[in-house]
Design a protein around this ligand. Structure first.
Ligand SMILES: Cc1ncc(COP(=O)(O)O)c(C=O)c1O
Length: 432
């Protein structure tokens, strides 16, 4: 029988903070737990910012990936604005202190009430992905009494700008989103009828692309397309920049992308404003999801590890097929049978705490033999992690904690079961 010491680590590779700290956080805040690191986030923001030297560049964090107000404030303090995919993104951004002038909206399929709301918020730049949305915007802008007031106040003086998200089938293949260049004439006419300009082109390469050339090779095409807009003033180049979840594989090369984009736009000599709206690439690396092993069984050579979190807390790996690295360590001193060797690795499925057939946090991972009470950390979960969590499977959501300046603080409460009753109408008398 072997006694393992408290916090003895089985794999030391890449937990971004100390094992002791991870354990302390779980002791204080419970498990599962999202842990964010402010220093990592700031380093990433700085690196991306420095990579694009074009002087008229504005960075807008795509908060579809993570809407925690504490993190949004970090982006704001670093001089970035906000990219909104939905009215909810705008709402959160305003709560975090962003000015409407620092917010870019490029979304899809607003209904009329939402269009009114977005215009009333006074968002600075609106990129539309269909002629129907552009038409609705023009109508609302000029029909709605409130919009009429704001038109005078903000459109002309503060310079609200309208753009189109372009659909380039030769570059991005078959996509439902965006306006084809053949439709530009009609779009220009639409805006012209109500005295507005169409001054922006928005391009989105496709999500999570680590191949830098996939972006650089299309710069000329995108610019040539933008030049079909007579009043072209800004280029919004997405989103979509990859993050290397497999740490050994190629990462998006920000410096190369920045240099090529800067060179091409500068060469135009037109004073174009450049907007870059990274989501995943900016925020993925700053978060880790900590969880605890609650059951272990073996099916032949395969280890089946059950943990106290679920795909509803982190849907990406299982539901969307993404990979997230998992590391493990011994949480408590436990008496147990000798391990084959301390660092033997076994093919392991890490399973969530439901019987949902897709409830896997990791499949075929190479992990040591684990025991109840051991701890796991799922790395790089800052993007599309908490933001895509849900109440599917009826498990309350984890807490979120921020590590900052050597301290930790709660930035979102752990939910309890009462959340499952939210908005349910409980006092209806039976119909018979
Ligand atoms: C218009 C737009 N910009 C930016 C993003 C963020 O994308 P990513 O996280 O891939 O950078 C999205 C994601 O949906 C988007 O639709």
């Amino acid at each position: 029988m072997a006694r393992l010491e408290k916090s003895e680590q089985l794999i030391s590779s890449s937990l971004p903070f100390s094992w002791e700290q991870a354990q302390e956080l779980v002791n204080i805040y419970g498990s599962p737990l999202y842990v964010y690191q402010s220093d990592r986030l700031r380093e990433t923001i700085e690196r991306i910012t420095k990579a694009i030297n074009y002087p008229r560049t504005q960075f807008r964090f795509a908060s579809v990936t993570n809407g925690n107000i504490a993190l949004l404030k970090i982006f704001r303090s670093a001089g970035w604005g906000l990219h909104a995919n939905s009215p909810g993104d705008i709402y959160l951004g305003l709560q975090a202190g962003f000015e409407p002038s620092e917010i870019v909206y490029s979304g899809s399929n607003l209904n009329r009430a939402e269009m009114v709301q977005v215009l009333n918020w006074g968002v600075a730049i609106l990129n539309f992905d269909s002629l129907a949305q552009l038409r609705l915007c023009c109508e609302v802008f000029f029909d709605h009494a409130e919009a009429q007031r704001r038109r005078e106040e903000s459109c002309r003086e503060k310079g609200v700008r309208l753009g189109l998200r372009v659909n380039l089938p030769e570059v991005t293949g078959d996509s439902r989103i965006g306006v084809r260049s053949e439709e530009f004439g009609e779009a220009i006419a639409l805006t012209g009828e109500v005295g507005l300009k169409l001054s922006g082109l928005h391009f989105y390469r496709g999500t999570g692309t680590n191949a830098t050339t996939a972006f650089t090779e299309v710069i000329d095409t995108v610019i040539a397309t933008a030049q079909q807009l007579p009043d072209w003033e800004y280029l919004d180049f997405g989103g979509g920049f990859g993050y290397p979840y497999h740490h050994s594989k190629a990462a998006f090369d920000w410096e190369m992308f920045g240099a090529e984009l800067t060179e091409r736009i500068t060469r135009l000599g037109r004073g174009i404003d450049l907007i870059i709206e990274p989501g995943r690439a900016a925020v993925a690396s700053c978060a880790t999801l900590l969880a605890e092993v609650v059951s272990v069984k073996w099916q032949g050579e395969k280890q089946i590890v059950g943990v106290d979190t679920t795909v509803a807390n982190l849907s990406v790996p299982s539901v969307h097929g993404g990979y997230r690295e998992i590391v493990t360590w011994k949480k408590f001193p436990i008496l147990h049978s000798p391990l084959p060797t301390p660092h033997s690795l076994f093919t392991t499925d890490v399973c969530g705490n439901t019987t949902y057939s897709r409830d896997y946090l990791g499949k075929n991972c190479q992990l040591p033999a684990l025991e109840i009470g051991d701890a796991i950390a799922i790395l790089d979960v800052g993007a599309y992690g908490y933001a895509m969590s849900s109440h599917f499977l009826h498990r309350p959501k984890p807490a979120e904690v921020l590590l900052e300046n050597g301290t930790h603080r709660l930035i979102r409460q752990r939910e309890d079961y009462s959340v499952l009753l939210t908005n349910q109408v409980l006092d209806i008398s039976p119909p018979f």
